[in-house]
Design a protein around this ligand. Structure first.
Ligand code: MD3
Ligand code: FE
Length: 198
């Protein structure tokens, strides 16, 4: 089922459920090769959310750094994940999505993500595909100005959202996660975002 939250923001509930074990196993392979670490704010403070990357670039101080400049080897995007993200984009009306990065966020009880825009990618005509695993969260979807009142959306295991077109630059965030246990992910929520950054 497709639900258009706003023009260009397409929610597909449960789209990853059929293959959730394979997809999560692929995410675990990324995390084995490139361990999770705390994200850092632009001012250098550690954030609650833990992150890692696969693909050509990685997140560093809220910028994207090419692998060759990071001094570390970064695993490639697992094929099964990259192809799924492309299928999600095609279904949402973005036939030319060419992701070069899969970024992983891990949340535990209490972890939140403040309202922000994702504006460090080069080509804003390319959408972002996000896939949620594990514990549910309340996602905040705002407007194009920080002060626009956000809409609250419950995101559950297997939900996919494609963010493109006029919704690409909306402010967004995640409310503090409620404690819980999920059979596949334990006490965590994971979100995978697929982007074309370079
Ligand atoms: C909405 N991650 O990594 S889904 C992020 O659930 C991030 O971990 C959240 O925000 C999470 O930057 C939200 C991803 C997302 C990405 C781009 C968007 C949501 C978006 C662009 C516009 C609106
Ligand atoms: Fe974001």
């Amino acid at each position: 089922t497709h639900e258009e939250l706003f023009p260009g923001a397409i929610l597909m509930r449960g789209l990853a459920l059929d293959q959730d074990r394979e997809f999560f196993a692929a995410a675990e392979e990324i995390m084995a090769a490139a361990p999770l670490h705390h994200a850092v704010t632009p001012t250098g403070l550690p954030m609650q959310v833990m992150v890692t990357d696969s693909g050509d670039l990685r997140a560093f101080n809220h910028r994207w750094v090419p692998e060759r400049d990071s001094g570390k080897l970064w695993p490639p995007i697992p094929r099964i994940l990259r192809e799924f993200a492309i299928r999600c984009a095609v279904r949402s009306g973005f036939p030319n999505f060419r992701p070069d990065s899969c970024h992983i966020n891990r949340y535990q009880a209490g972890t939140k993500l403040g309202l922000h825009q994702d504006r460090h990618e080069c080509d804003w005509t390319q959408p972002i595909v996000s896939v949620s695993f594990g514990l549910e969260c309340v996602f905040l979807l705002g407007g194009l100005n920080r002060t626009d009142k956000p809409k609250r959306i419950l995101l559950e295991h297997g939900d996919v959202i494609v963010w493109g077109g006029p919704s690409r630059m909306r402010f967004h965030g995640v409310q503090p996660l409620k404690p819980g246990h999920h059979p596949l992910t334990g006490p965590y929520r994971y979100n995978l975002t697929f982007r074309k950054i370079a």
